[in-house]
Design a protein around this ligand. Structure first.
Ligand code: 4NP
Length: 152
C-alpha cells in the first residue's frame, strides 16, 4: 500500500505526518510505501521546518530522508491514498486531478469525527507544532487501524 501526505509547503505538516506514520508502521512491521509532497512550489529541496524537526527529535523519530517536493500528476496514479492536511489542500488536489482518482483523495482528519473542522492547524502560521503533532498522531493511529483492515 502506498500513502502520500500532502500539505501546502511540505515542510511543516505533511513531513511530520509521513515521519509519524512511518514510525507506527515500522513498529508493526507493515510493508507500506510512504511519501509526502506540497501543493506549492515554495520549498522544493528543503528539509522539514525547524519546528517539525524539533517535535520529531523529541519523539525520537527519524526524518533525515524527507526532502520537500511538489505534488506531481503521476502521484494520483501511483498512490493508493493521498491525505490532505487541510480542506484547501484537499480542494486543490480535487481540482487538479481526473475524477477517477478522487476517491483516493482524503482529509487526514476524516476518521476523527470529534474534530469539527477538518483542518490540521498550520504551524507555519500558528507556531504551535505541538497541537499539530497531537492531531497528526491521533489521525495516524485512526488511519492505521482502517488501513490494516485493507491489507491482505
Ligand atoms: P506546511 O506549512 O504546508 O504545513 O508545510 C507551510 C509552509 C510554508 C508556507 C505555508 C505553509 N508558506 O507560505 O511559505
Amino acid at each position: 500500500m502506498k500513502l502520500l501526505f500532502v500539505c501546502l509547503g511540505n515542510i511543516c505538516r505533511s513531513p511530520m505526518a509521513e515521519a509519524i506514520f512511518r514510525d507506527l508502521i515500522q513498529k508493526e512491521n507493515l510493508d507500506m510505501t510512504l511519501d509526502s509532497a506540497g501543493t506549492s512550489v515554495y520549498y522544493g529541496g528543503n528539509q522539514p521546518h525547524l519546528g517539525t524537526r524539533k517535535i520529531l527529535d523529541k519523539m525520537n523519530i527519524d526524518y533525515d530522508h524527507i526532502i520537500s517536493r511538489q505534488l506531481k500528476d503521476e502521484d494520483f496514479e501511483k498512490f493508493d491514498y493521498l491525505f490532505a492536511m487541510d480542506t484547501q489542500n484537499y480542494q486543490d488536489m480535487l481540482n487538479r486531478s481526473p475524477q477517477k482518482y478522487h476517491p483516493k483523495i482524503r482529509l487526514f482528519l476524516e476518521p476523527l469525527d470529534t474534530y469539527p473542522n477538518k483542518n490540521i492547524p498550520d504551524p507555519w502560521y500558528t507556531d504551535d507544532f505541538e497541537e499539530t503533532k497531537i492531531l497528526i498522531t491521533q489521525a495516524a493511529h485512526a488511519w492505521l487501524d482502517i488501513l490494516k483492515g485493507e491489507l491482505n
